[in-house]
Design a protein around this ligand. Structure first.
Ligand SMILES: NC(=O)c1ccc[n+]([C@@H]2O[C@H](COP(=O)([O-])OP(=O)(O)OC[C@H]3O[C@@H](n4cnc5c(N)ncnc54)[C@H](OP(=O)(O)O)[C@@H]3O)[C@@H](O)[C@H]2O)c1
Length: 271
């Protein structure tokens, strides 16, 4: 690999990944990006990235190519990239719902592995969760390069089978929105109970952050952590009884299954 990473599509996710790369810059790394939008190109140029309206210069210079366009335009894009594909290119797609088979079919049978990634929105602030799967075994150096690309804006996980990616989409891809809903509801009630908007947001966000950090750092599971803060007859128990009587766990179960089913359906529509 020549240490040159190219982005096809320079929108929100591409810019988040690029910001992470620039903050954790490796020696001699070069970044280029192609995007039809002059607003995107200007934002990229301000960051020191070589930005082009056409895809050709990115394809000519970079070895690692990140496909960062919306899934709806990806199939048409693959057809235009196909004549520009060289044996050196390793493609990494972050497009939701587009399978490895669709990517390989669109790009032609390149000798390199193709990687599909499901990132999530907190990548925008360096706290993303990116789950990756490739369609062929890959050299360690390539796997390290792809991992470092996404570690620059959060945590990473490789999975061995693409079958799990729809579940991943339901958990970490769509997951930030579930927590936003919980936070939104808690903030609304905190305000109803007399707190100011700012105080309510501070208390709820810091509590969510602290709870997530405890789950990460603790050697016991979230069930034990919950039991430890629930004194018999206390305030937490009063609230948890309401959640349980309304079928909270079942509701989460149904929501995630619905998200997974929708991901399966969307993948079929994009085939
Ligand atoms: N945002 C998220 O939280 C998130 C999470 C998981 C996965 N993803 C995936 O990440 C991908 C990118 O999402 P995003 O939010 O970054 O979208 P975005 O902000 O719309 O960025 C995509 C960019 O690609 C450009 N583009 C369109 N056609 C192109 C072409 N043929 N060649 C080069 N560039 C082209 C678009 O330009 P125009 O606007 O001018 O068309 C746009 O600037 C999507 O596939 C999405 O599924 C996003």
């Amino acid at each position: 690999m020549n240490n040159h990473i190219g982005f096809i599509g320079g929108g929100n996710m591409a810019q988040a990944i690029i910001a992470g790369l620039l903050n954790n810059s490796r020696e001699g790394i070069k970044i280029s990006a192609a995007d039809p939008s002059s607003i995107c190109r200007e934002a990229l140029i301000k960051k020191g990235v070589s930005a082009y309206a056409e895809n050709d210069p990115v394809m000519a210079n970079a070895d690692l190519i990140v496909l960062a366009v919306k899934p709806q335009v990806l199939t048409a894009l693959l057809a235009t990239l196909r004549p520009l594909v060289r044996p050196k290119h390793v493609f990494v797609s972050i497009a939701a719902g587009t399978s490895l088979a669709t990517l390989r079919h669109g790009l032609g049978d390149t000798p390199q592995p193709i990687v599909r990634v499901m990132p999530n929105t907190p990548a925008l602030i360096g706290l993303g969760m990116a789950v990756m799967v490739s369609d062929r075994p890959m050299e360690n150096s390539i796997q390290t390069e792809v991992t470092e690309l996404f570690e620059a804006c959060g945590r990473t996980l490789w999975i061995s089978s693409e079958e799990t990616i729809d579940a991943v989409t339901a958990v970490s891809g769509s997951g930030p929105a579930y927590f936003f809903l919980m936070i939104e509801s808690m903030v609304a009630t905190a305000i109803k109970l007399g707190l100011s908007v700012e105080d309510a947001r501070l208390l709820v966000a810091q509590t969510a952050k602290g709870a997530a950090a405890m789950v990460e750092e603790s050697d016991v599971g979230p069930d034990v952590l919950r039991q430890r803060v629930t004194s018999p007859g206390g305030t937490t128990e009063a609230a948890l009884e309401i959640f349980e009587s309304a079928g909270f766990a079942g509701l989460i179960d149904r929501a995630l299954i619905a998200a997974r089913e929708r991901a399966v359906q969307l993948s079929k529509e994009l085939c």
